[in-house]
Each structure stands twice: as structure tokens, then as C-alpha cells.
Design a protein around this ligand. Structure first.
Ligand SMILES: NC(=O)C1=CN([C@@H]2O[C@H](COP(=O)(O)OP(=O)(O)OC[C@H]3O[C@@H](n4cnc5c(N)ncnc54)[C@H](O)[C@@H]3O)[C@@H](O)[C@H]2O)C=CC1
Ligand SMILES: CC(=O)C(=O)O
Ligand SMILES: [Mg+2]
Length: 358
């Protein structure tokens, strides 16, 4: 099979879909790998690194889109790339289609076989989402600390406080991968932390682990309202796989929050958890809604590409090799089947069919 990897064109996205090590794995199995010139530079990989492991460097993204059997990317294609969609193309990347009807329609109408990293599931784990959720959870606290600082427009608060001064109140909505990684950082930074989820087993496990260093709360409207009243930082970390996230921060809850608080809505890639959710980019990530700052970057791990590209490629490679070897057999493999979004000019993923076809 011919595998193509194009340079990411989303603003401030420095990751790359294939590392040189992944290219080596594909070429060892007899596949041809086309890499767009300079695709790995942002992640610290030169064209020479890729050539050494058997890739062919191609100047033009258009040629790669036109000649590859499978495109391996990081982020969803942007509108300028839809022209390259065609029948007989397999697209293997993050797609987040519940929040992107135009992309869903373009993939469906042009007959692309699209497989989304974020819904591939093995043994109950979203295996290709997990590494980037770990990155985003950890980054969420780093970004929160920065935007609490006065020069960045924040209220001027140090998360740990100092003896005799209050610690920052951090509320984490969702105790999955993002939530747990944000929690780990928040504990390390010495914050006053509350974490909420509807999964009480997860809350119980976290309490066993962190004991009285954290507060856990069942996630419902009242508890969210109570917790957010005194929050300095809120991390949105909920997910219903493949679907839009629930509206957890209603306008009433927002109106009762402290001015100067910041909401890092990591769930933004699926649509965000408030009525004010908006995608932003790394160059200008924050916007203000009635005195509350919102952070809406949908590709947070793109800012630490040397870490993220390797972690992502490590997770996606196994399934990529299976698809390249025998697409029909791979698509019958349960974890990959769960990633399938569109095929043969039709939507396949049930949540999307419900959202967009009925
Ligand atoms: N912005 C970005 O750059 C990135 C965003 N993400 C996104 O972050 C989100 C979270 O991902 P993961 O942590 O990997 O998902 P996960 O599936 O590991 O965890 C989600 C958690 O949300 C909980 N949940 C569901 N409904 C809830 C509710 N009503 N109240 C409280 N908790 C609720 C679930 O029980 C689960 O524990 C996803 O949308 C993911 O795509 C992930 C990586 C990067
Ligand atoms: C998960 C995701 O959307 C990202 O890594 O950008
Ligand atoms: Mg994203």
C-alpha cells in the first residue's frame, strides 16, 4: 500500500502523523511511504531522518493526497483539503466529526473511508485518544497557571498560594484521562481541588489515591453550581465518546462564578461544555465572557510536538499497520471498527447518523 503523510496546516499545529520510527515499521512490511517535505520539522524530525528509514520525500501535498491509498495525519482536514477527498482513499486521523458537519458531509459524499483516532477503542480504552488526553490534561494546568498571572490578563494568583494566603480553587469536570492528568498536576502545584464525575467508581479510586488532598463530588447541576461559585480555575474534561459533550456550565452557573476565573475547556474539540464555547488557537487562546476567561484551544498537544508526535504515533501505529496490510480484515477488527466514521458514501458511526441524518 502507498501511505502518505502530509504536513499539518491547522494554525500552530506542529505535530506530524508519522515519526521516522513509524515509517520504518511501514517500509519493513513492504509499504511505500510518501512524506511531505518538511512535515516533521516542527517535531524535530528532518527529511533526512525519514529518508534514512525508507520514506520518499514529496514536495507537494496535492501529489501525496492524489497518489496515496491511506493518508495518516494528526488533525482533521481543513476545508481547503476537502478537494482531495475521493473514493478509494482511507483517511486515518483525528476527526471530531460531531462538531464538524461540513467535514462529515464532505467525507461521506466523496466516498472516503474515514477512521477517527478518537473513537478507536480496545478493552474499554480510547487507545489513540489517551496519549493526547494525557498531554492536554497536564498542559491544562500549565496554561491555567499562566493565565492566572496578571501580565497575561489574569487576576494575579499563584496556584499554591503561600502560608497565610489562600490556594487557588481548581474544579475539574470529568475524571477520565484528561481529568486525572490535570488532577495530578494540580495536586503537585498545591491547589485546593474538587473533581466531579458521574462515574462514582472513578471518584472512589481517586479518593483512595489522593485521600484528603482532594474533594470529590458527584456531577450534577447543583454540585457544579456550588463548586464553580468559588472556582479560580475550571477544567472541562468530560467526554461521551464520538458525541457532543453535555452542557455543564449553564448561563446561570456562569453568572454565579467569580470574576477573573478561567475555564480551560479541553472538551472543546467535541463542542465544549458551555453555550459560549469557541475554538481558539495557541496565538490567542483566551477570550472573555462577562469577566470570565475562556480557553478553547482544540489542539493543545500541538504546542509540545516533540512529546506529542512520538506518543501519538506510538499509539496509532499498531492499527495503521493492520489497515495497511489488509483494510477489509482490519475494518472487521472490533477496535478499528469502532473508529470507522464514513465508508462507501455513507455515514457508519451511529452517533453521527443520529446527529446529522435524522
Ligand atoms: N483540546 C484538546 O487539545 C484536546 C481535547 N481532548 C478532549 O478532552 C475530552 C476528554 O477526553 P478524555 O479525558 O480522554 O475522555 P475520558 O473518556 O477518559 O473521560 C471523560 C470523563 O467524562 C465523564 N463524564 C461524562 N459525562 C459527565 C458529566 N455529565 N459530568 C461529569 N463527568 C462526566 C466520564 O464519566 C469520564 O470519566 C475529549 O473531548 C477529548 O477529545 C483530548 C485531548 C486534546
Ligand atoms: C485529541 C486531539 O484533538 C488533539 O490531540 O488535538
Ligand atoms: Mg483536538
Amino acid at each position: 500500500m502507498i501511505i502518505g503523510c502530509v504536513k499539518e496546516i491547522k494554525p500552530f499545529e506542529y505535530r506530524v502523523g508519522l515519526t521516522p520510527g513509524a515509517v520504518n515499521a511501514y517500509t519493513n512490511e513492504g509499504h511505500v511511504v510518501l512524506m511531505e517535505k518538511g512535515a516533521g520539522i516542527g517535531s524535530g524530525f528532518s527529511d533526512e531522518d525519514y529518508v534514512f528509514y525508507g520514506a520518499k520525500i514529496v514536495d507537494d501535498a496535492k501529489e501525496i493526497w492524489a497518489t496515496s491509498d491511506m493518508i495518516v495525519k494528526v488533525k482533521e482536514p481543513l476545508a481547503s483539503e476537502y478537494q482531495y477527498f475521493r473514493k478509494d482513499l482511507i483517511l486515518y486521523t483525528y476527526l471530531h466529526l460531531a462538531y464538524n458537519k461540513p467535514l462529515y458531509e464532505a467525507l461521506r459524499d466523496r466516498g472516503v473511508t474515514s477512521i477517527a483516532y478518537e473513537t478507536i477503542e480496545e478493552n474499554g480504552v480510547l487507545v489513540c485518544l489517551e496519549p493526547m488526553s494525557k498531554v492536554a490534561g497536564r498542559l491544562a494546568l500549565i496554561e491555567a497557571a499562566k493565565y492566572l498571572e496578571a501580565p497575561f490578563g489574569g487576576p494575579g494568583l499563584l496556584i499554591s498560594g503561600l502560608p497565610g494566603t489562600p490556594r487557588a480553587n481548581i474544579v475539574i469536570l470529568g475524571a477520565g484521562v484528561v481529568g486525572r492528568n490535570a488532577l495530578m498536576m494540580a495536586v503537585g502545584m498545591g491547589a485546593n481541588i474538587t473533581i466531579l464525575d458521574i462515574n462514582t467508581k472513578r471518584l472512589s479510586d481517586l479518593e483512595d489515591l489522593y485521600q484528603n488532598k482532594i474533594n470529590t463530588l458527584y456531577s450534577n447541576e447543583k454540585n457544579i453550581m456550588d463548586a464553580l461559585k468559588s472556582a479560580d480555575v475550571v477544567i472541562g474534561a468530560v467526554l461521551i465518546a464520538g458525541d457532543k459533550p453535555p452542557l455543564l456550565i449553564t448561563d446561570e452557573i456562569l453568572a454565579n462564578m467569580k470574576k477573573g476565573a478561567i475555564i480551560i475547556d479541553v472538551s472543546i474539540d467535541q463542542g465544549g461544555i458551555s453555550n459560549h464555547a469557541k475554538v481558539t488557537y495557541h496565538d490567542n487562546p483566551i477570550y472573555d465572557v462577562d469577566g470570565i476567561s475562556f480557553y478553547g484551544v482544540a489542539n493543545m498537544p500541538g504546542s509540545v510536538p516533540r512529546t506529542s508526535s512520538q506518543a501519538l504515533s506510538n499509539a496509532t501505529l499498531r492499527y495503521g499497520l493492520m489497515i495497511a496490510k489488509d483494510p477489509t480484515k482490519a475494518l472487521a477488527h472490533e477496535p478499528i471498527k469502532k473508529g470507522l466514521q464514513t465508508m462507501n458514501h455513507q455515514g457508519v458511526y451511529q452517533t453521527l447518523i443520529k446527529l446529522f441524518e435524522s
